[in-house]
Design a protein around this ligand. Sequence first.
Ligand code: SIN
Length: 314
Amino acid sequence: MSSSNNSNLVVILGTGGTIAGRAAQASDNVGYKAAELGVQQLLDAIPALAGRPLEAEQLAQLDSKDMDFATWQKLARRVAEHLARPEVAGLVITHGTDTLEETAFFLQRVLAPAKPVVLTAAMRPATALQTDGPQNLLDAVAVAVHPGARGVLTVFAGAIHSAEQVRKVHSYKVEAFASSDGALLGLVEEGVLRLLGAWPAAGDGLGLARIEARAATAWPRVQILLNHVGADGALVRALLAQGVDGLVVAGTGNGTLSHALEAALREARSAGVKVLRSTRCDAGPVMESAGALPSAGALSPVKARVQLLLDLLA
Ligand code: SIN
């Protein structure tokens, strides 16, 4: 299943996840171990991909709850190297669903590629009676070779999401991802794309130098906090005592914070810690307002953390 001299070549990078998961029983959808099967095994299980110009590479093999900065560095570099090959039309990355949106947003901010980089995953292990991985992988390849497709995308359950908008919104259902504020990019139906939005902008990525200047072990420490009933400043002060470079706070509603939490965050800022205010709501922006702590715009807390991390790496 490989070819090197075809402008329709798709490189599939495997990183693990449920899509590569295995359970002892086919009826077991949750008691499985993620990241067990190799990416080539996933491809071999899809007859419709036989004979297509594909190249498989196992970049990592992990449950995405354990995704780390070193793997992100390695992934971004390999993605950039493959994209630079003229024969490569696009890339597919198999990933766990749990932190897929963070990896997608990270790659988009760093690379903003002019070719498609499609992340896909599964909610059911490869051994399940109704596994969703093979169809998602097949659809991802269809998007990766689509003329004009570009940017870091997620293809899942027949939908195409941009890295900016995609969020995991369900812990169990097979339709686990949504684009916030209805900003779905498109659909894949029997391998045919129906575009509903515009492909992401290309060419404004921060570049590999931003993320490679420091070893992954020396990346800034950015933590996420939540406003809630009775929220106080204890966690902020504990983090300050330990040492922290950035704080993202998931505020209530329009990024609002209890007096006590806000006071502690202002102390952190005075001590040189960068603070970004997002919302714990499922969608929607935090409006900038005079005198308020800086807003993360419409970024979810986890994506605001990626943004702050990249800002601090500058
Ligand atoms: C993971 O994120 O690696 C495990 C869960 C999943 O892929 O659905």
